[in-house]
Design a protein around this ligand. Sequence first.
Ligand code: ADP
Ligand code: ADP
Length: 232
Amino acid sequence: MITLKNVSKTYGSGDKAVVALKDASLTVPQGAITGVIGLSGAGKSTLIRCVNLLERPTEGSVVVDGQELTALEDSALRRARHQIGMIFQHFNLLSSRTVFANVALPLELAGISKAEISQRVEPLLELTGLSDKASQYPAQLSGGQKQRVAIARALASRPKVLLCDEATSALDPQTTASILELLKDINAKLGLTILLITHEMEVVKSICDQVALISGGELVEVAAVGDFFTAP
Ligand code: ADP
Ligand code: ADP
């Protein structure tokens, strides 16, 4: 479960201060998929980056899986972040590493043995439909395949939470549908809690259980998807 309580984020200070998030409170239930939707500049990215403290909130608290991240020192925060995977619009893969080596990277950094790395990476490649791409490099892959690599890499540390920052915005509609299908599958199979941000209603409609609408840095509505899309 993810709980944001009265979270605010201001970038810069004085004349140049930008209030990107104002007093946001949100609960993402364990095992649910929550979509944050809003226009460009609404504060979606800031909100999701406050969950794993890529951005430190100016005010308020963030609790993930019972642990208050906003109260942790740097070293404890680094450990806690292993429970939170993240994927991005532009995939952020390392071009000099094969698919296998990209997925293995977080495990290598964690000092896990080669044998165990293989044991953990292979099922992830299978889950994401990449088993036959293990030896290819990112430049040889389609956009959808690159995002699958990023998803496999995000899952390598066995997180409880997956954050998706416009994960399908760079993809065509058909590829988007297949990535959303994969996220839904991961959510069901691994019981992973997913928080995703998007500017597309269709994404929310197709896979989310809950939707949070953000406008001008404020969460203006949080509702079950069924209620949100019911005509008045
Ligand atoms: P969204 O993801 O909905 O497009 P963002 O969270 O990226 O919105 O941005 C919200 C507001 O904060 C915007 O006005 C944006 O210009 C501003 N902003 C985002 N990141 C920074 C930053 N690092 N420094 C200053 N302003 C920022
Ligand atoms: P998509 O419909 O997912 O965008 P593409 O048409 O881009 O897929 O790619 C189809 C196939 O071609 C994929 O199996 C992919 O591995 C391969 N492919 C895509 N780009 C390249 C490339 N630059 N070099 C070699 N193979 C590629």
